[in-house]
Design a protein around this ligand. Sequence first.
Ligand SMILES: [Mn+2]
Length: 337
Amino acid sequence: MCSASLGFFCWMIDTPMKPAVIYHVFWRDNGRDAYNDMQVPVVLAISTLRAVNPTIPIYVLECGQVRREWSHFPEKLHFSVVYADFELEKKHHAALHSASKSSVVCSRLSDVNEFAKQIPEDLIIYSDADVFWLRDPLPLDCAGEKRFCLNNNTGFFYYDKNSSEANWFLDVFQSYLITSLYNDDFCRRAHKINRWDTGGMERQRMWLEPCLQMVYKDIPDCCCSISKKEHGFWGCEDPKMFHPAGLNVEWDGCYHLRGFIPFLMLEFYHLVESVLSESDFKLIYRGYLRFLRSVKKVSFHDKLFNIALSKSKSGGKPEFMSAVIKHGGFLPRITFL
Ligand SMILES: [Mn+2]
């Protein structure tokens, strides 16, 4: 009964999708190396991923004109760095740059999607450079969904690149984003949906998330919501990962030092220590290492730390470093008798 064509059909159904993780980074200046930028801690993020999954293919899209040194980390952590242009910039250069200085980030989904077409893997997982993994991302909770899987920010999403719903989502998203570059009324509607107060700077404040929310609202059948547990928000039980979006990491007058997090949190430290050596830490943390070593590490599960974090604020955002120092404190000085 089972014909050759039916057999082929069965084989297609049984073939599991091949996953790949894609990162998207860009630099504004050439002053640092790619592995020691604490604001874009992509090598540390990949270290946590490698610690929980040694084999998943990892690609880093290094977008724009500025290139940085990656040292031995691509070989050691088994990832490829691929140079790419900002897709959105090719046709919309002037509009994109009149919007705001950091608006090239708006090109992220198109850049990832264009690159995804060139690789053999079909389950495309995008991960931010500040997403730190605690457990293997696989199996993904919504991997069986033929839709675009996302949450309310673009720090982590995944999709089957051959799914028509996911491609429909990407097309609508792209058209909304381009419209937002040219039309203030459209931006006002997007910000209204997101309840963002832009102080009359609609187009300058355009971002990926307002467009994302509009697409989610307009074509919900193409979207699948990733749970908080899988898209690790602070405070959820047993998360797969942690994405410190909205968390401020400030020390010595510098902001967004999210690269500190894997070194100061016990759970991440054990993971990065399993794939990186002491000389890697010296390369990555340089002048910060002495300070970081002097601070007591904290745990995700430490209630007192979580209380300290909820009380430490900077500009309304939870402030990580002051909570660590307040709770963990500096190690007592060793007194020589
Ligand atoms: Mn992020």
